[in-house]
Ligand binder design. Sequence first.
Ligand code: FAD
Ligand code: SF4
Length: 509
Amino acid sequence: MTNRHLVIVLGDQLDLEASAFDGFDPAQDCVWMAEVAQESTHVPSAKPRIALFLSAMRHFAQALRERQWPLAYTRLDDKGNCGWLAGELRLAIARLQPAALVMTAPGDWRVLQSLREVAADCGLPLDIRDDRHFFSTVREFAEHAKGRKQLRLEYWYRALRQKHGILMDDGQPAGGQWNFDADNREAFGKTGPAGLRAPLRFEPDATTREVLALVGSRFADHAGALESFGWPVTRAQALQALEDFIAHRLPLFGRFEDAMWAGEPWLYHSQLSAAMNLKLLTACEVVQAAEHAWRTGSAPIEAVEGFIRQILGWREYVRGIYWTQMPSYLERNALQAQEPLPEFFWTGDTDMACLRDALTQTLTHGYAHHIQRLMVTGLYLLLRGVKPQEAHAWYLSVYVDAVEWVELPNTLGMSQYGDGGLMASKPYIASGKYIQRMGNHCKGCRYDPAQATGPTACPYTTLYWDFLMRHETLLASNPRMGMQVRNLARLTPDKREAIRAQAQRLTPE
Ligand SMILES: Cc1cc2nc3c(=O)[nH]c(=O)nc-3n(C[C@H](O)[C@H](O)[C@H](O)COP(=O)(O)OP(=O)(O)OC[C@H]3O[C@@H](n4cnc5c(N)ncnc54)[C@H](O)[C@@H]3O)c2cc1C
Ligand code: SF4
């Protein structure tokens, strides 16, 4: 069928305009895609995540067929599917005999190595092209990082805004400031979020229903639920989801970016990460849509800058960290944390109201917003001393937007301080009082965030003080931790002992 290029398309590369297709000639090239069990089991992926990837892949395959582009596609349930990506690629090469392999740079170091190995073994050139879904290349990030001991978001973000003219007016930051973070930390107050409108949900079509049935039976023992699956699985749906966010939630995105509310998983967040990570949307079109909303007066600068900072800033920055630090980054464990992941992270079965809410929605939808990931689930694992590699495997499994290039730096670096401060200038630690301030969970909880010891002590508060004690020497040398460490001095030896004993009762369960 083909003897020129076999164009490799992975499950997170679903863009007809991808660089891999530059120069594609249907007369002599063929696209290759494969659904393999290994990608759902190397970490035990939760059902919503598997379903999203498979459904989006099948819809993309359909779009390729409509273009009448030659496609070699292996389905998960095809007879003879060997179950792993490299193995399937070898079979396709043997069958199709291409002269070269072409692909857009993948998002996962492990996958890149295995595909390189196949190409080398088969004696084929592998042409890896830049991923145009990002504003920057890894080479640019590496250049920016050269000679810096610590990598901080702010300078990278400003450089990208200037280079790409995003939110810039005559060379100056739009609205007169680079950063509106100070305006973006509000909690909801007693009455909670006003005028919430549920984000668009896409009713599963026949292709998605088939995938849901397959995932339900083939991965029956994996965590997570499929009943409420409604993620965008095509580019057209992703564009609708973008439009819906810009019109209805962006205006309040900034103010309440860090806020939480019991039983409200979506709030004013975009839920666009999965669509962007699967490449159904480009980061550029999302950023441009947000900037347009500000320029046309439909969203305030605080919201728009806050939102753009997440994408042009954080998203580009964590990608740079990942590719410049791998593979050793995966092994880092600066705090020498060795506890296993608590079993209830796979079920949500805990009496901590904030954590139960975050885990339940995670398992139901494959989604939690950033502050829940960082300051509820992540904070709990950090305080409890869970091994960062166990935390990483969990985050990579459960979220529909989880791809290693973005998940690993967020988990191991930002949330678990496993890289010892490369990404975050201090560990993100707080007691239960932070969670109390940012939402309403504590009201419905059997624990009291003000108590570190005793029968109603909030586990976050107990573990917070215990964490400070465990790492006192290390933290004392961090200028940004000074106040928190000094507060330890107020604890009497008896109180310290009581906290330590209570913390030990919390681990293991
Ligand atoms: C422990 C942990 C694990 C995470 N794992 C992932 C992951 O696997 N995949 C993923 O895409 N994001 C991850 N994030 C970042 C962030 O939490 C999610 O991008 C965000 O919650 C997705 O929801 P949303 O689309 O509604 O985001 P919004 O709140 O609407 O934000 C807008 C967009 O900004 C981008 N963004 C926001 N924060 C970050 C960030 N810290 N890093 C990179 N991009 C960001 C996302 O593309 C997101 O869609 C993680 C964060 C933490 C703390
Ligand atoms: S009291 Fe503690 S465990 Fe309960 S909701 Fe508040 S922070 Fe969470």
